[in-house]
Ligand binder design. Sequence first.
Ligand code: PLP
Length: 337
Amino acid sequence: MLDFRSDTVTLPTDAMRAAMANAAVGDDVYGDDPTVNELEQWSAERHGFEACLFTSSGTQANLMALMSHCQRGDEYLCGQLAHNYKYEAGGAAVLGSIQPQPVENEADGSLSFDKLAAAVKPDDYHFARTRLLSLENTIGGKVLTMEYMQQARRFCDEQGLALHLDGARVYNAAVALGVDVAEIAKPFDSITVCLSKGLCAPVGSLLLGSHELISKARRIRKMLGGGMRQVGILAAAGKLALTDQVERLADDHANAIYLGEQLNNLPGFTVQPDWINTNILYADLDASINIEHLKQHLKEAGILVSLARRTRFVTHKDVDRLAIDTLISTLSRYLSR
Ligand SMILES: *Cc1c(COP(=O)(O)O)cnc(C)c1O
């Protein structure tokens, strides 16, 4: 199957499978897994933080970050479109008793500092305590600029807030901006990184922050059922995600632009090429297209797409130019019937 639904579908590389088979392991809940310890130490340094925790998922890493920064009755500011507001089953509210305060995302994915300032609550017992701003980069495939992230730091310093980055795809942002990931991380008190998306590890994310934050997060991870045992098997693949798979993301970004151009030439498809910053693009399908029928047709041709009036396409290691050409010719033949 050619799968354009997400970069989460990427299969581990042969090098990852070999590293997993040969990983030195121990019980990580006792702190005894050498491969996990090595990944966490290396990653903390690599991203410019004191400490790091390996987690089972990005959702878990975000929840641990929110619960480590905030107490019951605190609130965090985020975008209406933030993954850790909209797509994580309300975990911060349900499990952390933390109130989200979303504000509308701007067209470029950023949050307006005027709108954020208006949402910060005064110190008054009527209100939840505003503690944290959570940003996301990339967001819907769009990249927040270095300047914007530095402004966010100044805003948080003025307002007395901590600053978190949901960096599930922060390496895509680093490649698109042409900067080292540690430069992106610098303004933030904590960041999360997904190893299991475009970076191709089978499982796992990182939470990075201060020693104090990570030791709180370690307790919360245990509480959430995220303490794992011989998990070096996963950490071994995670390390290769960060050392071997980053440069390749530039191919995914070039392929997304190529796919966008090709889709834009099809009748009934509209793509805004300016919005393709990384490996995610959106196509608007007009009313002439029967979504359910086309989706089924593609599936029968061995192509998986989350087809909708506004369809998200994601490029990744396992859909190369040839796969894109196959998608386009299949669509083209269908549309000209
Ligand atoms: C995928 C994603 C997550 C969550 O990661 P999982 O490993 O799927 O739980 C968090 N934030 C963003 C922006 C994501 O894209």
